[in-house]
Design a protein around this ligand. Structure first.
Ligand code: 2AM
Ligand code: CA
Ligand code: CA
Ligand code: CA
Length: 266
């Protein structure tokens, strides 16, 4: 049976807008915050409510589909067989809490391991970055035009500056060298938005020492549609079931960042 991916995207978009309405409504009242793995790793009741909203919608409408979300509402997944929805209900939870701004709902839909639909919604800016495999990438209703490369010394890279002062970070030295050599760096605090910005030519590249599948699942599909590359620091394909280093960018820049900077630990 063939799937109408454009029709599925339409449905997923409608759920994203509905979920965004719930998030905005929640911002009007005090929000309960908890810490996860460390004091700066935050989660709120809203993250969980949005994840369960999608999980229930998907279960009701597509009972044969699988689900992977950051907050662990569904059972653990051990393969990408079938159709899998990978969700980060709020990417940029710290921004959500502190700024009430600069956070996104990130949803990727995979079929037999291949990325088919990528949706990243920057809720407060009302920007939906979306792509269906082989149908191009868009910001709201505007097609994103695949862009030309800039040399590394003219590039702006998304990077959390905290990684540069983390003594336990094995990539500290190569990242410092990269920061020295590029034109500038930006830290937006939402991996999904930063990856969408690479696809949209607002950044030339984005780097993180540790991300999980829900942080980049949707973004990868946008990147593929505009000819950008994504991999681990070693240049290996990203895995959608476990965490890893992540480096994305325009093709030449991506290649140079891997081969001359982060490909080997220093
Ligand atoms: P999150 O907001 O969904 O947790 C900057 O913190 C970026 O890194 C965000 O996209 C954030 O996603 C992601 N991230 C991944 N792992 C994280 C962790 N353990 N603590 C904080 N942020 C994390
Ligand atoms: Ca989190
Ligand atoms: Ca995230
Ligand atoms: Ca999250």
């Amino acid at each position: 049976m063939s799937v109408d991916w454009l029709a599925l995207e339409k449905k997923a978009k409608a759920w994203i807008y509905e979920a965004a309405g719930m998030v905005k409504q929640a911002l009007a009242n005090p929000i309960q915050i908890e810490c996860k793995s460390n004091p700066n790793d935050l989660v709120t009741e809203v993250d969980r409510a949005i994840e369960s909203f999608f999980y229930q919608k998907i279960q009701a409408e597509f009972p044969s589909h699988y689900f992977l979300g950051e907050e662990g509402i569904a059972d653990e997944l051990d393969s990408l067989t079938g159709t899998v929805w990978i969700l980060d209900p709020i990417d940029g939870t710290m921004n959500f809490i502190h700024q009430k701004y600069n956070f996104a709902i990130s949803l990727g839909i995979f079929h037999e391991g291949q990325g088919m639909i990528g949706l990243i919604y920057d809720v407060m800016n009302d920007e939906l970055f979306h792509a269906v495999r082989d149908h191009g990438a868009y910001i709201n209703n505007e097609a994103i035009v695949p862009v030309k490369e800039r040399p590394l010394h003219e590039s702006i890279i998304g990077l959390n500056a905290k990684w540069l002062i983390e003594e336990k970070n094995p990539y500290k030295n190569p990242l410092m060298a990269l920061v020295r050599d590029v034109r500038s760096i930006r830290s937006y605090g939402s991996a999904a938005i930063e990856i969408a910005y690479v696809a949209a030519d607002r950044l030339d590249g984005y780097i993180s020492v540790n991300l999980s599948p829900w942080d980049y699942a949707a973004g990868i599909i946008l990147l593929e549609e505009v000819g950008c590359k994504a991999s681990t620091f070693r240049g290996e394909p990203l895995d959608f079931l476990s965490a890893s280093t992540v480096i994305v960018g325009k093709p030449q820049l991506h290649k140079e960042m891997v081969s001359s900077y982060v490909g080997e630990e220093l």
